[in-house]
Design a protein around this ligand. Sequence first.
Ligand code: GTP
Length: 230
Amino acid sequence: MATRYDVLMRLMLVGDTGVGKTCIICQYAENQFNPIHVTTIGVDFKLKIADIRGKTVKMQIWDTAGQERFEAITKQFYRRAMGVVLVFDICSRSSFESLAKWLLYVKEFSQPETKVIMLGNQCDREAQRQVSIAVAQKFAEENNLRYYETSAKDPGSLDKPFMELCEEILVQEDKASGDLSGHLDMNNSSRSAPIDLSQPAVQRQDSADTQMEKGEGELPARRGWCCGYL
Ligand code: GTP
């Protein structure tokens, strides 16, 4: 996807296995819904372009494996994420209870300025609901998170959370008044080189981005991977 963009945003979805992380990303990025659960191996990603606050934003959305055996791999990705999306399944009480663990990982492994939101997914399955909106919202408020209910079957439910998360990140970066080095720097892991977002769209050809773009975000035969681009 050789597309011109102003800002690259690395977003990461975390949550228990089966809550719908892959389906959310596939629906949001490619308007596809897969009714079959194919376990993510390690970390996968997709790309999505959107216009937000007058900027062309390229989202690199990381799909992490929910299974515990992949945690050593997925934990390495928090550090570079600008936004984290905590996902649970409203029909699974245990996936909701696991949010405390996922939030702990965010606090432990991501940057202090990383923005976090919370999704209660599979809201099309209202009859099987195990977590009420009030309970979910209370948890969200206690942890200073914005809460959204989504269905990976309904693309209309996905726009708002992703757009608002990106907006929040942009506002924060704008407030950093000129020092936009932090998350927006793909090459420099020390995050010291400023990037001027007021400049017109440019084609950023940094190595990490190029590496992630190989295959243009399509699923490999065995879904999921991990690599040394961090
Ligand atoms: P891991 O990769 O193992 O971490 O799982 P995941 O969180 O990525 O789950 P995945 O997206 O693969 O979805 C698991 C199952 O739930 C699949 O059978 C999906 O079809 C189903 N599913 C996901 N989202 C929804 C949803 O919003 N509504 C309904 N009805 N089913 C969903």
